[in-house]
Design a protein. Structure first.
Length: 231
């Protein structure tokens, strides 16, 4: 379907102009004389601490769940854990919106009803449906057999991407070649955040990223932008 294919496009495609991470900030860039260095105005937001490749096969789903659940250790239910960048939001909502890049078919932002699809998906990829019910405090019974609806959407939105979490707790989808230690950055004038890697000298561009809590310009006017060089 055309709408489904749109979710798999690169984040810099015109169809992703629904995002405006730093588009409200005046762009300021220049290219070096030899064309090898791009100078931009940027804010280095946070460092990647953990990565989980998205499952491409059903057999990989349980390992993905275990990796993801290990990011939030302890006996607390996911539904009771606040999403650090947005304390009024619980981790499950931040997670399912991240996995969908907050787009569901032709709807943006993804409707709240997607939480039910996510609950079924979690029941499918966890060790048991009762575990998912407990973690999410589900009022309605989950159905693992219906989890494929969300799984298809994740496979589409997350093509060639990995799920990550940062020092400050930001969740996001980064390029497949993202590594622990890379940083999520806002570049003045752009609609989406970018993943950068420290080089010697300057920074290396890893690729575009979705980061929940900054993708709509939540921080653009609250942080300082400084000149950096991308090599």
């Amino acid at each position: 379907m055309k709408a489904q294919k749109a979710r798999g496009r690169p984040l810099y495609d015109h169809s992703w102009r629904v995002f405006h991470a730093a588009s409200s900030v005046k762009s300021d860039y220049s290219l070096s004389g030899n064309g090898r260095t791009l100078s931009v105005s940027a804010h280095v937001l946070d460092r990647i601490t953990k990565i989980a490749p998205l499952p491409r096969k059903k057999e990989e789903e349980k390992a993905f769940y275990k990796s993801l659940r290990s990011w939030y250790p302890g006996r607390a239910r996911l539904a009771d854990i606040a999403y650090p960048p947005q304390p009024s939001t619980a981790v499950p909502e931040a997670l399912w919106r991240t996995l969908l890049t907050n787009i569901w078919l032709t709807s943006h932002p993804a409707p709240d009803a997607c939480s039910d699809h996510f609950a079924n998906y979690l029941a499918r990829i966890s060790d048991s449906a009762s575990e998912a019910n407990h973690d999410l405090r589900c009022q309605n019974k989950t159905d693992p057999q219906e989890g494929d609806i969300f799984a298809i959407a994740v496979d589409d939105a997350g093509a060639e991407r990995v799920l990550f979490v940062t020092d400050k707790g930001y969740l996001g989808l980064g390029p497949a070649r993202t590594e622990v230690g890379d940083v999520v950055s806002l570049i003045a004038g752009t609609h989406i955040p970018f993943m950068l890697r420290k080089g010697a000298p300057g920074w290396i561009l890893v690729g575009e990223t979705y980061a929940h809590g900054v993708i709509y310009g939540e921080l653009a006017q609250k942080v300082d932008f400084k000149k950096i060089e991308i090599v």
